[in-house]
Every structure is written in structure tokens, then in C-alpha cells.
Design a binder for this molecule. Structure first.
Ligand SMILES: O=C(O)c1ccc[n+]([C@@H]2O[C@H](COP(=O)([O-])O)[C@@H](O)[C@H]2O)c1
Ligand SMILES: Cc1cc2nc[nH]c2cc1C
Length: 572
């Protein structure tokens, strides 16, 4: 293997993963600078008394620049600083605080009220400058990275700007007092703020006429700084039960080592995109050396076919399964081309056991979902366990691809999706192997009725028993067993992905073993991939089932692993 000088980017971070690994602490400031930072943090005070002397423009610009250097959600920089020097505005603001002070005191018990009135809270009148930090909230939260989930993160960003301003002011010897004794609407009106712009209060800024060694409220006995231990918890809220889990994802050093390995190739880091992420995953699991794998193809029929929900006769399930055993069905043929072997599992094909297939068939009654559960709880558990054993075995040496065949199982999968994802049938009912609009409407009605019959579904095993199917129970088990032995599990289309999702809901660490092979043509598949947190390698609008997408992706992954093993390296 050839070794080349490391291509150093001309822009951005020039450091190499090897340098960072050799000295993880190499980004630190020297101890004197670090200690200075901590001195500033400890000496920051809320100042309420000021000298009237002006703040020089260059000093003001430094502290405002510090504020503007703050972190912000999605780099949205939502802060706007209104620097108030006009005595008219300042005096009117001071009146507002006078009012609120008395109103707040009136809410308190008499003694507490007197203590509050003893405090000098406003400082607005004495400070030469007022800085009103405003948050411009007019951009829709969903458009800002990180704000769709935490809509108030823009306000927190402004609070971070205030903290920066405060610390920078302290380093200059300036005092700052953060006053929130305002009705926000009053302050907004005083400053003429447009709708959608909110204030975070008024910052008094100027040379301090007090140099408090400790926080004023602490000295006045309102409160004490709590010991750090009182506010610190580890992993979970104190007293909360740990989640039961038998499996673990790869250790963090292995995750980082996988990325380091990628960084040593003669190519820009992550240049293979989604494939690189999948390769990293495999390497972190200790599977960087794999050169093959197994397609586990699970087959079953479904009583729900009586409702006219598939474009095909149920007999097709058996035909495909027999062809798979013979090595000629589309899925196993594709697997062979990809360098994978196949294990065909008969998880309940109608017409009796399929010769040559591994048998893992339900013993008890099967239901049509609408009138009765898909299968019994005992059968569900047994099938998951049978799958688990197969997964362990298949995963011992290589990749494990999940494939299924079962006429009408896109209806089954849609019902299972409703239970596992808490979504409406309309979001997950799709064309399957070729429904028309009338059949789509029947599928939606069947799924709706099935979900209503099943009622509240407390856990994934119950979901599989009530609204799933035997091939999906087997595949959920395969994912569990393969993850147990740290194999990479390549997931196929809609139904196979729901089996993987059931496994993840049973054991969250399974997710670390998953690679989404593809985004299929089926309507609800993307929602399932989102819930899995997996970006698919391929998007070919496949609707072949049988693990076709999984093995095509597995082939790509094997190529990616070979590249990772054999491509030119850089020297550091
Ligand atoms: O993988 C998919 O997302 C996918 C999408 C549509 C159809 N299928 C296959 O088609 C069959 C189910 O389709 P259907 O219309 O009978 O529910 C089943 O055998 C699946 O393997 C698979
Ligand atoms: C022919 C046929 C082959 C399949 N393979 C997986 N699902 C299938 C559905 C049909 C209908």
C-alpha cells in the first residue's frame, strides 16, 4: 500500500487526526490564560451603583463585540443591541422599574417585601449606558437549525450574548447590572420594537460605584451559592431507574478510531458520504475486515389478504420462497451477485412447510388483524428467539442483510408502523406491490380497523403479535441476534425496516449495528428510516422486497470496506 504526504486543506482546520490523537489536550490555552478566565468568571458581579463617567467608544465596542461573539442556535445571531444614551429614554425606563419594584414588593410577605425594597435593584438612572438586548424572533423557528425542536433556543442565544458582554465588561473594569423589573410590553413600546422582537431586559453599563467581593443577593441573605454537588447528577436524574439493556453499542474509542482510520486515506475526510458513515459503523463494530455476508430472507403469508389488500394472489409467497430455496428468486440472485449467501426462513408460508427452508412457523392461530391478532404472544416470542439464533449465526462472520417476502405484508407493516411510530394510517399506507386507488382505500380502512381493534399497544412484542406478522418477528430477532455478536445489519425496505425498528425498540443498542440499505418506493418507509435515525445508502424506488435493496447496499458497503482497507494512506 502506498503512502503519500497528507493533503493539508488550504482553508479550515489544518490539523491531522494523528496529531489530535497524539495530544488530545493540544487545543488548551496556557495555564495563566486559563486562570485569568476563571478569575473573570468568579469576579463577575451584578452592579447597581455607577459613576457617571462616560464609557469610551472603543471599550464599548470591545464589550459589544464580545456579546456578538456568543454562540447562537443554528448560527442565527438573533440578538439586537439597543444602546441607550438618551436621558429621556433612560428616565422613562427607570420609572417603569420603579413601578415594577413596588408591584413585586406588594406580592410578597411584609418582611420579604421590606427586604426587597431595601435592595437597590435598578441602577437604570445612574448608569451612563443602557443596553437593551433584544431577540429578533421573526424568522420561523423551523427554518433555524436546532430551533424546530427547541423554539426558545434563540432566547438562550441572546442570554449567552449577555453573559459574554458581562464577562468582557468585567475584564474592562466596567460594571453591568441585568434588570428585568419591566413588563416586557412596556419596554418594547418605549423602544418602538416591531412585533416579533422581544427584550431580555435592560443592561446597566458603566464604571461601577461599588466593587462587591460577593454577589449582592448573597450578602443580603437572599440565597447562597449551592455546592456544585447539589446541582450535579450523573447519567440520569437522581433516583431515576436505568433503562434495562443487555446490549451495548461499540465503545467510544472504537467509534473515534474508525473515523481516524478514514482520515488516514488519501482522500478528503468523509469523501464517500453516506457510505463512509456506514463503513465507519462497520469498522467501529470490529467488522472492517468482512468480505461477505448472509441474506436472511424470511417468508410468511397473511390472513389479512382476505380483505383484498394486495394486487397479487397469496400463492406468490410460496412460489417466491420455493424459488429462493432453489437459488433463483430475485433476492437470492441479487445476493449471490453481491457476494452474499442466503438463508431462506419459512416463517409461515401457506400450504405447509417449504422444503429446504429453515422452519420457524407459528404453531398457534393466525388472525387477519381486523378481527383478531396476527398471532399469539407465545408464537411471537418463539419466532423472535428463533430469529435471534439465526442472527447470531449469520452474523458470526459477515454482514447480515434482512429480506422478506409475504403477499399483503405492506398492509401488515403499515399497521405495525402505526403501533410503533404512533402515526396515522394515511402516513404509512402505500402502493405495496401495485395497489390501485380502490385497493389503497381498502388498505387504509383495514389498517384503521386493525389499529382500533388492537387498542393501546404497550410494547414492541405486543405490537408484533397484534399487528405484525411472523416473518417480521423473525427478522426482528435476526437483528437482535446479529447486533449481539456485533455484526452489521443491512436493512431493506418498508417491512424489513419495521422489523428492525421493533428490535431497536426492544434493545436501543441495536441501532448502532444498523445500516439502512435503501429508501424504498413504499410511502411510509421514510418515516421508519427517520425513526431508525438511519440515512439510506440507496434511493432507487425499489419495491422488490426479498432483501434486494439490502444486498445491493451490502455490495456497496463491502466495496467501501475494501477501499478503506486497501486505498493509499497518508503519512500522518
Ligand atoms: O420493500 C418494500 O418496501 C416493498 C414495497 C412494496 C412491496 N414489497 C414486496 O411486496 C410484497 C408486499 O406487497 P403487498 O402489495 O402484497 O402488500 C412483499 O412480498 C414485499 O416483499 C416490498
Ligand atoms: C411476484 C412477486 C414477487 C415478490 N417478491 C417479494 N414480494 C413479491 C411480490 C410479488 C407479487
Amino acid at each position: 500500500m502506498s503512502v503519500h504526504p497528507r493533503p493539508v486543506p488550504l482553508i479550515g482546520d489544518p490539523t491531522a487526526a494523528s496529531e489530535r490523537a497524539a495530544d488530545p489536550t493540544g487545543w488548551a490555552f496556557d495555564p495563566a490564560d486559563r486562570d485569568a478566565l476563571h478569575r473573570v468568571l468568579a469576579a463577575r458581579r451584578d452592579v447597581r451603583r455607577y459613576r457617571p463617567d462616560p464609557v469610551p467608544a472603543d471599550v464599548l465596542e470591545r464589550v459589544l463585540t464580545a456579546a456578538h461573539t456568543a454562540p447562537s442556535v443554528g448560527h442565527s445571531q438573533p440578538w439586537r443591541f439597543v444602546v441607550v444614551t438618551d436621558p429621556n429614554v433612560r428616565d422613562r425606563a427607570a420609572v417603569l422599574t420603579d413601578r415594577e419594584r413596588l408591584r413585586q414588593a406588594a406580592q410578597l410577605e411584609p418582611d420579604a417585601a421590606r427586604r426587597l425594597l431595601d435592595l437597590k435593584l435598578e441602577g437604570v438612572r445612574d448608569a451612563p449606558l443602557g443596553v437593551v438586548v433584544c431577540c429578533d424572533r421573526r424568522a420561523p423557528a423551523a427554518g433555524v437549525l436546532g430551533r424546530a425542536t427547541y423554539p426558545d433556543a434563540d432566547l438562550w442565544s441572546c442570554a449567552a450574548a449577555i453573559q459574554n458582554l458581562w464577562l468582557a465588561a468585567r475584564a474592562e473594569g466596567l460594571g453591568l447590572g441585568w434588570v428585568t423589573l419591566f413588563r416586557p410590553a412596556d419596554l418594547a413600546e418605549l423602544l418602538g420594537l416591531p412585533d416579533g422582537v422581544e427584550t431580555l431586559g435592560w443592561l446597566c453599563l458603566g464604571w461601577p460605584d461599588e466593587r462587591p467581593p460577593a454577589p449582592g443577593l448573597e450578602r443580603a441573605g437572599w440565597s447562597q451559592r449551592l455546592p456544585l454537588a447539589d446541582v450535579l447528577m450523573t447519567d440520569r436524574w437522581a433516583g431515576a431507574a436505568p433503562p434495562p439493556s443487555a446490549l451495548r453499542g461499540p465503545d467510544q474509542p472504537d467509534v473515534v478510531a474508525a473515523r481516524d482510520g478514514g482520515d488516514r486515506l488519501l482522500t478528503p475526510p468523509g469523501s464517500l458520504g453516506v457510505l463512509d458513515a456506514a463503513v465507519d459503523r462497520a469498522v467501529a463494530l470490529g467488522r472492517g475486515g468482512v468480505t461477505g455476508g448472509v441474506l436472511v430472507l424470511a417468508a410468511a403469508d397473511h390472513p389479512v389478504t382476505v380483505h383484498g389488500v394486495s394486487a397479487f394472489d397469496p400463492r406468490v409467497t410460496r412460489d417466491v420462497t420455493e424459488a429462493a430455496v432453489a437459488g433463483t428468486a430475485v433476492g437470492v440472485t441479487t445476493a449471490r451477485g453481491a457476494g452474499l449467501t442466503a438463508v431462506v426462513v419459512d416463517a409461515g408460508v401457506a400450504g405447509g412447510p417449504v422444503p429446504g427452508a429453515v422452519g420457524a412457523r407459528p404453531a398457534g392461530p393466525r388472525g387477519d388483524l381486523v378481527g383478531s391478532p396476527a398471532m399469539t404472544a407465545e408464537d411471537t416470542t418463539a419466532l423472535v428467539e428463533a430469529g435471534r439464533a439465526l442472527g447470531r449465526e449469520a452474523g458470526a462472520s459477515g454482514l447480515v442483510a434482512l429480506g422478506e417476502v409475504g403477499v399483503a405484508n405492506t398492509t401488515v407493516a403499515a399497521a405495525l408502523a402505526c403501533a410503533l411510530l404512533h402515526v396515522e394510517p394515511a402516513a404509512v399506507v402505500g402502493l405495496g406491490s401495485g395497489a390501485d386507488s380502490a385497493m389503497l382505500a381498502r388498505k387504509a380502512a383495514v389498517v384503521t380497523a386493525a389499529v382500533a381493534r388492537a387498542g393501546v399497544v404497550p410494547d414492541p412484542l405486543t405490537a408484533l403479535a397484534q399487528l405484525g406478522g411472523p416473518e417480521l418477528a423473525v427478522l426482528a430477532g435476526v437483528a437482535l441476534g446479529a447486533a449481539e455478536v456485533r455484526a452489521v445489519v443491512v436493512v431493506d425496505g418498508f417491512a424489513a425496516s419495521l422489523a428492525a425498528l421493533a428490535a431497536v425498540q426492544l434493545e436501543p443498542a441495536v441501532q448502532a449495528s444498523l445500516v439502512a440499505g435503501q429508501r424504498s418506493r413504499e410511502r411510509g418507509h421514510d418515516l421508519v428510516l427517520q425513526a431508525l435515525g438511519c440515512e439510506p445508502l440507496l434511493d432507487l424506488r425499489l419495491r422488490a422486497g426479498e432483501g434486494v435493496g439490502a444486498v445491493l447496499a451490502a455490495s456497496l458497503l463491502l466495496q467501501g470496506l475494501a477501499v478503506r482497507r486497501t486505498a493509499a494512506r497518508v503519512d500522518r
